[in-house]
Design a protein around this ligand. Structure first.
Ligand code: ATP
Ligand code: MG
Length: 351
């Protein structure tokens, strides 16, 4: 039985995931080898694995590359943090290689649902889960009218693209913001509605937007290890300015778990919530992939990537993972910093 796990190109935390798995492999004293691949020469990521590969740039060549790599190196489990839709729609072909596949989801429909923030909100409401009220906006005139109507009582309003990532395009409407505020202080994300509408009017086309009440917070980011819709382990990060507090209980934590289960997630995923004015957490979104901050959760003692690998390689039962996640946890506060590493040629590259 081979103990080889392969982390294919991820979005923002592939390096931390490889490090978490390597640490768990070492602690387990099992002969686990970590393979990592990326389309680009990302030596700072690939150097962290036992073996590194460069992925083909073209989608069309990826399937053959996967099949031959699994065969040549006896890969038992594949994880992807990017191109999830491509992988999920080829699950059967990929898994005939003998390796298991983790995409974050169990079916393509759920990836699509997670990518559309309005449909996601509707679906979560149908599941009886509290979610930020979300209206789809398709035109400037519609937004102009809704800003006059105040559809969410006296809450301030905000918008973001229906499909978006990295918080791009999120703006809070503020009648007291100066005309230049969005340019001089872009990070405060406040804009006078007049100037937002003016820019939207001038744009060639309107990307669909979500209009929501602005929630005061605090905000939570919950990282979860899920297996076919059943949560095995989770760590919540409560955001408090530059600090993040690691927790494993509470309303937001429970809401994150319920959301991942309703979305039938599978793998390492991330749910975000924010408290409304009455102090109740509401769902903002789920990302059906590891978050950028998943590595921070190791400071709680719970190694989510490590548990993922041990489970996927058949070295732990689901119940053992659940028990470990509870036993290992202790609260911690973390602060992220920008770091720098030496960039060197790879010594582990498989040509
Ligand atoms: N209704 C809201 N009230 C207050 N803040 C919000 C609201 N919606 C979004 N935000 C803020 O904007 C950020 C980005 O929103 P969201 O996570 O939904 O978008 P995203 O572009 O998918 O971000 P990412 O993928 O980086 O997590 C949130 O983390 C939150 O701080
Ligand atoms: Mg987000």
């Amino acid at each position: 039985m081979t103990m080889n796990i392969w982390l294919m190109e991820g979005l923002s935390s592939q390096r931390d995931i490889i490090q978490g798995i390597s640490a768990a492999a070492e602690a387990s004293q099992q002969p686990i080898s970590v393979f990592a691949s990326h389309r680009h020469q990302r030596n700072e990521i690939l150097s962290q694995a036992d073996f590194a590969l460069i992925e083909p740039a073209e989608d069309e060549r990826r399937l053959a590359f996967i099949i031959s790599t699994v065969e040549q190196h006896g890969i038992r489990a594949i994880h992807t943090g990017r191109n999830a839709r491509w992988f999920e729609s080829r699950r059967a072909e990929i898994e005939t290689s003998g390796a298991s596949l983790t995409t974050g989801a169990t079916r393509v429909e759920m990836l699509d649902l997670a990518d559309d923030k309005v449909s996601f909100a509707e679906s979560m409401a149908q599941h009886g889960l509290p979610v930020v009220p979300s209206m789809r906006i398709d035109s400037t005139s519609q937004l102009r009218q809704l800003l006059l109507d105040s559809p969410f009582g006296d809450a301030p309003l905000c918008v973001k693209p229906v499909t978006g990532i990295y918080g791009m395009g999120f703006w809070r409407f503020d009648e007291s913001a100066s005309p230049m505020a969005a340019f001089t202080h872009p990070d405060s994300r406040r804009v006078h509605p007049h100037f937002y509408l003016q820019a939207l009017d001038a744009a060639d086309r309107v990307e669909p937007l979500v209009l929501m009440p602005w929630l005061p917070g605090p905000e939570y980011s919950i990282d979860l290890l899920v297996e076919k819709g059943s949560v095995l382990a989770a760590v919540a990060r409560r955001k408090d300015g530059a600090l993040q507090h690691l927790e494993n209980s509470g309303e937001a934590y429970e809401l994150g778990r319920a959301c991942a289960e309703a979305m039938e997630a599978d793998g390492l995923v991330n749910v975000q919530t924010r408290h409304d004015a009455s102090g109740k957490p509401l769902l903002l979104e789920i990302n059906m992939r590891p978050s950028g901050g998943i590595g921070y959760t190791r400071f709680s003692g719970v190694n989510l990537p490590g548990l993922f690998a041990m489970r996927r390689l058949g070295l732990m039962t689901a119940q053992q993972v659940r028990d470990r996640a509870i036993r290992d946890f202790s609260p911690a506060t973390v602060r992220s910093i920008t770091d720098v590493v030496r960039y060197q040629p790879l010594t582990n590259l498989i040509p």
